[in-house]
Design a protein around this ligand. Structure first.
Ligand code: OGA
Ligand code: ZN
Ligand code: ZN
Length: 338
């Protein structure tokens, strides 16, 4: 066999029970405990096994199919990048009613993982239900807003989400690192007029930007932006990519983006790229729109899907629109769906 893997790689990844605890599947050694000058002293193979002998006297038996799977870069990663996802422009929102979801949450969680969002209909119209929904698949990510936050108009609102204004497509809490990766918005009362929800696939938009204006894509992927709210701040790119250049994380929020600093030509390049991405995000047909009715809950991947709402009327006669939101972690979704 032509040896395609370095000796140190083979030795560290030996599947034998002395190297990996058979119960947990975890490695029993650190890389530093293996000889640094290790060499392969012999190889023999048949259809089922590739046997390797090393200069430290150890032997490994590898499954040839397992080895073959590690030769190409497309298997690298954790399922969080664009390659593991179904990108969309217009789609029918994946949805389920509460009873069906409770009987089998897997299809909805798969949609959150692959499509980036799903709708639950007919959940209890009671304060706190959003926490019950989050706890049905994972753990609530408590922040300085508390376990949950109320989205309704407030006097002297600390966040424009708590006014009746339209909110442009954004991801939540980009000023936090780590950012909350799953978001839920649960409707207790809808507005008589307006307050419609919109979602945009940020991965799809970033992929289009890369196709149409690769220079702008490279600028956004390579330039961290500072987002802040109160004393919280995070310095991360709007388009996060992995080492193969695959889109992995979108952070986008016009409200909390801080003034970038630097030489004028860099600021101009950043703003040209920011405007270009904004145009792709807001291109006609990019947004899936729906109006949340009481008992509806939208669950989405906050590292990928941007959310928006139209302005609404907040006169007493129009009814007080009231949503409750909370955050959770994508790892709970990954556990079920990946
Ligand atoms: C938010 C938000 C959207 C809405 O609270 O983060 O974006 O529909 N709300 O009110
Ligand atoms: Zn071993
Ligand atoms: Zn928001």
């Amino acid at each position: 066999m032509e040896l395609r893997f370095p000796a140190g790689w083979l030795r560290d990844n030996c599947p034998c029970p002395a190297c990996r605890d058979p119960h947990s599947g975890q490695k029993l050694h650190t890389v530093g405990e293996l000889a640094g000058d290790l060499t392969v002293t012999g190889v023999s193979e048949n259809a089922e096994t590739v046997e390797i002998r090393y200069s430290d006297g150890h032997r490994s038996a590898f499954d040839p199919a397992w080895l073959a799977r590690h030769e190409t870069a497309d298997r690298i990663g954790d399922g969080r990048t664009e390659t593991g996802k179904d990108l969309w422009d217009q789609i029918e929102p994946p949805e389920a009613d509460w009873a069906r979801y409770r009987a089998d949450p897997v299809p909805i969680l798969r949609s959150v993982w692959r499509t980036g969002f799903a709708l639950l209909r007919g959940t209890p119209v009671a304060p706190g239900t959003v926490l019950q929904i989050a706890r049905s698949f994972g753990y609530v990510r408590t922040t300085n807003y508390g376990d949950l936050f109320d989205v309704r108009t407030e006097e002297r609102a600390v966040n424009l989400a708590f006014t009746a204004r339209a909110i442009a497509p954004h991801t939540d809490n980009p000023y936090r690192d780590p950012v909350p990766t799953v978001q839920l918005l649960h409707c207790l009362r809808d507005a008589a007029d307006g307050g419609e929800s919109g979602l945009v696939d940020g991965f799809r938009a970033a992929a289009l930007l890369r196709e149409r204006e690769p220079g702008h894509f490279a600028t956004l992927a390579g330039t961290p932006a500072t987002f802040a709210w109160g004393r919280l701040r995070a310095h991360r790119p709007m388009i996060g990519v992995d080492e193969l250049g695959r889109i992995r994380e979108i952070r986008y929020n016009n409200r909390s983006l801080q003034a970038p600093a630097g030489p004028a030509e860099r600021l101009a390049a950043f703003y040209a790229a920011y405007r270009a991405f904004d145009a792709v995000l807001n291109r006609p047909g990019a947004m899936v729109t729906f109006k949340l009715a009481p008992g509806d809950c939208v669950i989405f991947d906050n590292t990928r899907v941007l959310h928006a709402r139209t302005a609404f009327s907040d006169s007493a006669a129009a009814g007080d629109r009231h949503l409750q939101g909370c955050y959770a972690d994508l790892d709970a979704v990954q556990w079920v769906a990946h």
